[in-house]
Write a protein that binds this ligand. Structure first.
Ligand SMILES: O=C(O)CCCC[C@@H]1SC[C@@H]2NC(=O)N[C@@H]21
Length: 243
């Protein structure tokens, strides 16, 4: 793995996107920034992070040659890899909130943004962006956000956590190349926040309904059985799990 450490950038995902165009590297490239001025989140949202406090990193995974239908499998592997890293750091009560947010004690401590490049209808390479809240203590207007230091009551060394995450990403990359998804869906369900428990779901129009997660479809859609006995599948743009 080639590792690049920088002080500041717009977005580590964008940094790798432009680097990816000009490099012939055959292995993983990881970039870690201490400050990010225009961090990007899922579905066009922004990712705010206090300077010098958190782990802000992206990984360029080249030559993955993945069928687009297996996109969600990759997302599962990434969230499980991040969760494993956090487990090793003894972070308590970890869960994955569909599709790939990481919660500790029901608070969001990390987010993942995966951006793919396609060649001949296959995912040829992927940029995995990870924002992990480490030492930030306050989150304005983000009541569901927290950090490892708030939860574990100690400070974390950003580069030590980065190194540990790099190890898990190497393992994930090998699995991805070998198309080794065996057991990952089972692991994902085991760690899925609110799986088969009554939850409140919110639709795009703000309407809320109670139900439970029945399954995750192969394409990553969330299949929900509502209390009124109807079932429906949703993609990320269509539904939010209230937590
Ligand atoms: O919305 C989410 O939950 C995903 C957030 C992903 C944020 C990370 S921070 C490092 C990388 N660079 C970005 O611009 N975004 C991702």
């Amino acid at each position: 793995m080639k590792i690049i450490k920088i002080n500041a950038t717009e977005s580590t995902n964008l940094y790798l996107k432009s680097l990816g165009k000009s490099t012939n590297d055959k292995g993983i490239i990881a970039v870690r920034a201490l400050c990010q001025t225009q961090g990007r989140g899922q579905m066009g949202t922004s990712w705010q992070t206090e300077d010098n406090k958190n782990l802000i990193t992206s990984y360029l995974l080249p030559q993955i040659n993945l069928e687009p239908k297996d996109n969600f499998k990759m997302s599962m592997l990434v969230s499980l890899a991040l969760k494993k890293c956090l487990e090793n750091l003894k972070v308590p009560d970890l869960k994955i909130k569909w599709p790939n947010d990481i919660l500790s004690c029901q608070k969001k401590i990390a987010g993942i943004l995966i951006e793919n490049t396609f060649t001949a209808q296959k995912i040829s390479s992927s940029i995995i962006g990870i924002g992990l809240n480490l030492n930030q203590k306050s989150f304005h207007n983000l009541p569901q956000a927290s950090s490892l230091s708030l939860i574990c009551q100690k400070e974390f060394d950003i580069d030590e956590v980065f190194q540990r995450l790099n190890v898990e990403i190497e393992v994930l990359y090998k699995k991805l190349i070998q198309k080794d998804f065996e057991g990952s869906l089972y692991e994902y369900y085991k760690n899925l926040y609110g799986y088969r428990e009554e939850q409140i779901f919110e639709f795009k129009n703000g309407q809320q309904k109670k139900g439970m997660i029945k399954s995750i479809e192969n394409n990553g859609f969330l299949n929900v059985k509502f209390n009124d006995h109807t079932s429906q599948s949703f993609d990320l743009k269509e539904i939010k799990q209230v937590y």
